[in-house]
Design a protein around this ligand. Structure first.
Ligand code: ADP
Length: 152
């Protein structure tokens, strides 16, 4: 295994928001490489198609950013092992996120005890941004461009 610090940032990213982008950019200061992993579950219908979202996410980052975007349909802990990631990144907006993330991280630790989950607290100006609300706005033809770091 290389000494490179690789971090995996898993999520639905339906869609990827400025809040997510902020977490990635801050993670790049802590890790050598960040892999954004877009979860794809065939039983769960997405609003934004997974390949389209992957392409849009890539467009938000430049070649100088050590970021890659993958899709996955397996346990996050297994994907981490395959990609050589020793860290999982998650963002925390509030106590609701904390309750949920706390349980997930305990399960991930059980599944792969070499995987360390790192939580970044949301930058206040992005704390109100949620993919769920953005989907609602888009559905009713509202302008979502202030909330996403790319053109749709
Ligand atoms: P999931 O369905 O796995 O929760 P999401 O795409 O909703 O996936 O979120 C991925 C990660 O990004 C989660 O850790 C979530 O807490 C975090 N996150 C979501 N919105 C924001 C935001 N506005 N600022 C910072 N982190 C966020």
């Amino acid at each position: 295994m290389s000494d490179k610090k690789i971090a995996l940032f898993p999520g639905s990213f339906d869609p990827f928001t400025k809040g997510h982008e902020d977490i990635v950019r801050r993670s790049l200061k802590l890790f050598d490489e960040v892999i954004i992993a877009v979860g794809y579950n065939s039983a769960k219908k997405r609003y934004f198609e997974v390949n389209y979202m992957m392409e849009r996410i890539s467009s938000a980052f430049g070649p100088e950013d050590s970021v890659s975007v993958v899709t996955y349909n397996e346990l996050t802990a297994d994907l981490a092992q395959k990609t050589g990631a020793s860290f999982l990144i998650r963002g925390l907006r509030n106590t609701t996120d904390f309750e949920y993330e706390n349980s997930i991280s305990q399960v991930n630790r059980y599944l792969n005890d070499k995987l360390e989950t790192v939580f970044l607290i949301t930058t206040p100006e992005y704390a109100h941004i949620s993919s769920t609300i953005i989907r609602e706005v888009h559905k009713y033809d509202g302008d979502i461009s202030p909330f996403i770091p790319y053109d749709l």
